[in-house]
Design a protein. Structure first.
Length: 195
């Protein structure tokens, strides 16, 4: 089983994550960041990626959402990197288009060992619930940097910020779930390693 447990404690956040790439989404798992809409997005992430995932964060949200969302991205990225091990047999590349009513988002990624993020999403609201929309990019940047994944997330259509954000998380999760799937017994690189 490809599993990982990460604890990250700083002066700004205390985070605990449990991840099983080969598990199944379990709705009874706890996702509690103290940011309601972000909890909803992380539940969608687990469901659409088909991951067994638990996240608990106690952060300084009295300041704003930034530290919690960035640090969860860091810890979750590390959990994925650890759980993937040598990446033997994974599909590696994947992309998904997800429509959400008028919104359409495409996520394409490469579990390459090289961190890069293109985030072409235009939120027009400062917040969705209590979650600051500018922190969504920070979450994905931190995740990609620490999981060492190249990702391109593009909003192709959309006006409703809730729909756009759901499209972002669902498309990314579905692409990630596909990319981590084991389909062979070889490292998917002519170099023989993915670091």
């Amino acid at each position: 089983m490809r599993e990982s447990e990460i604890t990250r404690n700083t002066a700004e956040t205390k985070i605990s994550i449990k991840l099983n790439l080969d598990g199944k989404y379990n709705p009874s798992n706890i996702i509690d960041t103290k940011i309601g809409f972000f909890d909803h997005m992380l539940n969608l992430f687990a469901k659409h990626g088909n991951f067994d995932l638990s996240i608990i964060c106690d952060g300084d949200i009295y300041v704003d959402c930034h530290h919690s969302m960035e640090d969860i991205g860091i810890a979750l990225g590390k959990a994925f990197y650890d759980a993937l091990g040598d990446k033997k047999g994974i599909r590696r590349y994947a992309h998904e288009y997800v429509p959400m009513d008028e919104a359409l988002v495409r996520s394409a990624l490469d579990i390459s060992g090289r961190a890069y993020l293109v985030f072409a999403v235009n939120f027009t609201a400062e917040r969705i619930g209590t979650m600051e929309t500018e922190c969504v990019e920070e979450f994905f940047r931190s995740f990609c940097d620490n999981a060492k994944i190249t990702s391109h997330i593009h909003q192709l259509e959309g006006k409703n910020n809730h729909h756009i954000c759901e499209g972002v998380f669902k498309s990314f999760a579905r692409a990630l779930g596909s990319a981590v799937e084991v389909i062979s017994d070889e490292i998917p690189s002519t170099k023989g390693v993915l670091e």
